[in-house]
Design a protein around this ligand. Structure first.
Ligand code: PEP
Length: 249
């Protein structure tokens, strides 16, 4: 596999008012002094993207968004397009997170359309997949993830920059994590799908997400085929997030 820098991305979810911006600034300032050798991104709520992107301009920390509408513009009250997010300073966007799939009933077709929209807008999609606890317990984890990939990744991704995040639903925000062997098994399966479908499939990063914290980051980030981490709760404070970033370096 071609060598690519690991990506550690923070997903702030629907957390953070203006006073949270300082945490992103602290991450950038700290990494300026001690380069981590890792690609780092922070994905705040979309309302903060512009202000954080301005503060992080000319730093090593990239700004990502959370979700987008599949159209560029139009009569879609309350929605935000990829073009708007890009204009606001986002470079990446999280798509198909399990919280979107469950709370907003987004299916694979909707995710695929949003991935296409991200590419159209010049955003790098971080496409999330992952099985529920019931699916894992019934031995269907690989089948579920492969099916989500088949439906969520449009052919237009070929040759483009994109990221996959494997996030078992039962590990998100719970403190539970799969074993390293389970993580590696799913990541290898995802790699097989990417290599079979995309000319650059061997080189695209596959992140692990689900209760990553300072104490487990190093072993997860060093596991086979793990190209980085998508970090939720532990990305909200610079003091929690920075050790995870450094564990990937
Ligand atoms: C997430 O929501 O993408 C996530 C991985 O959350 P947490 O790290 O809090 O489990």
């Amino acid at each position: 596999m071609a060598t690519v820098r690991k990506l550690v991305a923070g997903n702030w979810k629907m957390n953070g008012l203006s006073d949270q911006i300082v945490e992103a600034v602290k991450v950038a300032e700290s990494l300026a002094q001690t380069p981590a050798g890792v690609r780092v991104a922070i994905c705040p709520p979309n309302i903060l993207v512009h202000r954080i992107a301005e503060r992080l301009a000319r730093t090593v920390v990239e700004v990502g968004a959370q979700d987008l509408h599949c159209e560029a513009a139009g009569a879609f009250t309350g929605d935000t397009s990829g073009e708007m997010l890009r204009d606001a300073g986002a470079r990446l966007v999280i798509i198909g997170h399990s919280e979107r799939r469950s709370h907003h009933r987004e299916d694979d077709a909707a995710v695929s359309a949003k991935v296409g929209a991200a590419l159209r807008a010049g955003l790098e999609p971080i496409v999330c997949v992952g099985e529920s606890l019931e699916e894992r317990r019934s031995g269907q984890a690989l089948q579920v993830v492969e099916s989500q990939l088949a439906g969520s990744l449009p052919d237009s991704l070929d040759g483009r920059s994109f990221v996959i995040a494997y996030e078992p639903v039962w590990a998100i925000g719970t403190g539970l994590t799969p074993t390293l062997a389970e993580i590696e098994e799913v990541h290898r399966a995802i790699r097989r799908v990417l290599v079979a479908r995309f000319s650059n499939g061997a080189a695209r990063p596959i992140l692990y997400g689900g209760s990553v914290k300072a104490s487990n980051a190093a072993e997860i980030l060093n596991a086979a085929e793990v190209g980085g981490a998508l970090v939720g709760g532990a990305s909200l404070k610079a003091t929690d997030f920075l050790p995870i970033v450094r564990a990937g370096g």
